[in-house]
Each structure stands twice: as C-alpha cells, then as structure tokens.
Design a protein around this ligand. Structure first.
Ligand code: CAA
Length: 289
C-alpha cells in the first residue's frame, strides 16, 4: 500500500524535524502532541526551517505554502485515524512509547504501519506491546533531521518484508538514505556513538583536558563536525544517559557503564542545549527538546 498520510506522535526535536521533511516531500502529516503549546512550538520550528529553505533558494514561496498546508497539528489521537503510517517520536522510555502506541491503536486500520524513532529500545519488545508486530518497525532519524541523511531501518523479529519495504520507501522518498540494521541494543549508530561520548565525559571527569580541548581533538584530529561533548549537548545528556543504560543493562558488559559525571549532569538538570546548559552554556534556550 502506498503511504500518503503520516501521523507523527510527538512534536519535539525529532518529531517536528520528521514532520518538516515529510511535508516537504509531499506527504500529508498529522502531528500529535499532548498540549497545544508543544504543537505550536513544533509548528513554529517547522515554519522557521522552511523559511530558511526559501531564503537559501531551495524552496519557492509557493512550495513552502503548499508544504505547510499539508500539516495539521492536533492534541486528539483520534485525528490520526486518517494516517496510513504512524511514526512515534515521544520520550525515550519503553512505557511511554508503548503507551502511545496502545492509545492510538484502536483508531488505526489493520493495514497501518507503526514505526518507532527510538534510538535504543528493542523494536521487538515495542512491537510486542501492539496488536501488529508484523506491521511494526524501527525508523531511526538523526538530529538535525532536515540535515542528516541517514535513517536506520530496524526490523523486529516479527516485522514483515512488506513493512520493511514500505519503511524503506518512506525514508527514500523523504530524501534520506536507509540503512538496514538488525534489532540489537543501540543498533549500529548508538552502539558506536554513545561509548565515544561516554568516554569523552570520563576524560573530562578525570581532567585529561577541558571540554573545549576534548572536542577540538576530535574535530581537528578526526575531522568530526562536532566534538563529542558538543554533540552530547545537541542530543541531550538525558538521552545519552538513557542510551548508555540500555547498552549496559542489555549487554551486561562493564564497558558500557555510564560515566558518573554524565549522571551528575543529568541529576543537576544540565541536559544540554534544550535546558540552556550542558557541557557548554546556551543563552536563550527554549527548555524543550
Ligand atoms: N535544525 C535544522 N537545520 C540545522 C540545524 C538544526 N538544529 N543546525 C544546523 N542546521 C543546518 C544549518 O541551517 C545549515 O544549513 P544551510 O546553511 O544549508 O541552510 C547547515 O545545517 C549547516 O549548519 P551550520 O553552517 O550552522 O553549522 P555546521 O556546518 O557546523 O553544521 C551540523 C551543523 C549539521 C549540526 C554539524 O555540526 C553536524 O553534522 N554535526 C553532527 C550532528 C550529528 O552527529 N547528529 C547525530 C546525532 S545522534 C542522533 O541524532 C540520534 C540518536 O539516536 C542520539
């Protein structure tokens, strides 16, 4: 079945970015969140992103208006009944995500595919919380969504070939490059990225260098666009810690133990850009991811 209308759960950093990319690619999108305030913030960020495309001559005024006309924001899950593909991008927590799928499932037809943008939770486990494990898949986008080319496509144990192909088509038609990755903790991206970030926090904790020094080593020596600590601030230190915990608890291997300084930063509410302070300071932050 061809996907035309996508329902997105969560208008935060990832949800609004996915919505922006999809409306720009011709999809009709219903963006859901719990409060109108979250939706207004997400819609504002989408409009800003599309305005930037117009300024840069990547989009005409008319195309921007058409794209925006394909976006509907709503606080009512029942409105997502119009969608033939659902992408969930809510808080990175098994119970919250499973709850979101359970809330929407009675409103969705049999053929509707459910996808989770989880960065580390087992797709097989999330799929088992729904009535459609064969029509359930991981669709892992990267931040900032409009810029990053990759989407990890993660089939669970019961995911059908048809679902896999539909997810790959959606990612490709949104201008992304899908890479198929089997359902193991952290997939590929976070199994490699998070231990690097965690080790950078250990280096900071042990005063091997200051934050700028650590980041400069990776930027100037390895050509990374951002240093690991800057990147942790972009991703959110709470998200980094949650992913390290998933890796540690899933593999039961001490090499994945979260750095105590990372835990301390999260406990202090220094979550990175979204709270205005992480390893660096960000005046004027919005306070929401
Ligand atoms: N939203 C939308 N667009 C953004 C953006 C944002 N938050 N930040 C930057 N951009 C755009 C800019 O507008 C600019 O686009 P144009 O000039 O073409 O309009 C372009 O990206 C380049 O930005 P800048 O020139 O300001 O800065 P830069 O060259 O340093 O690039 C960056 C910024 C793209 C973020 C780059 O530093 C980068 O690629 N960093 C690494 C990001 C990364 O690793 N992301 C993955 C995180 S892991 C994850 O998301 C998944 C997970 O599970 C945790």
């Amino acid at each position: 079945m061809e996907t035309k209308t996508v329902g997105i759960l969560g208008a935060g950093t990832m949800g609004h970015g996915i919505a922006q990319v999809l409306i720009r690619s011709g999809y009709t999108v219903f963006l859901h969140d719990l409060s109108q305030q979250f939706l207004d913030s997400g819609a504002g960020r989408i409009a800003k992103g599309l305005n930037r495309d117009v300024e840069k001559n990547r989009l005409t005024d008319e195309e921007r208006e058409k794209a925006l006309s394909r976006l509907t924001t709503t606080t009512r899950v029942a409105d997502l009944a119009a969608a033939d593909f659902i992408v969930e991008a809510v808080t990175e927590n098994l119970e919250v995500k499973a709850g979101a799928f359970r809330a929407i499932e009675p409103h969705c037809g049999q053929g509707v595919i459910f996808a989770s943008n989880t960065s580390s939770i087992s797709i097989t486990r999330l799929a088992a919380a729904t009535e459609r494990p064969d029509r359930f898949i991981g669709l892992h986008f990267f931040n900032p969504v409009p810029v990053m080319k990759l989407v990890e496509i993660v089939p669970g144990l019961a995911t059908s070939q048809e679902t896999l192909e539909a997810a790959e088509r959606l990612a490709t038609s949104a201008g992304k490059t899908p890479v198929r990755v089997n359902d193991y903790p952290g997939f590929i991206s976070n199994r490699l990225l998070m231990p690097m970030i965690n080790e950078a926090v250990y280096c900071l904790m042990e005063s091997v260098a200051d934050a700028k020094g650590i980041d400069n080593v990776m930027k100037l020596g390895m050509n990374h666009p951002m240093g690991p600590l800057e990147l942790a601030d972009l991703i959110g230190l709470d998200v980094c810690l949650d992913i390290m915990k998933v890796l540690y608890e899933s593999f039961r291997d001490s090499k994945y133990r979260p750095c105590p300084l990372l835990e301390k930063m999260v406990n202090a509410g220094r979550l990175g850009r979204k709270t205005g302070r992480g390893f660096y300071e960000y005046p004027g932050a919005s306070g929401r991811c």
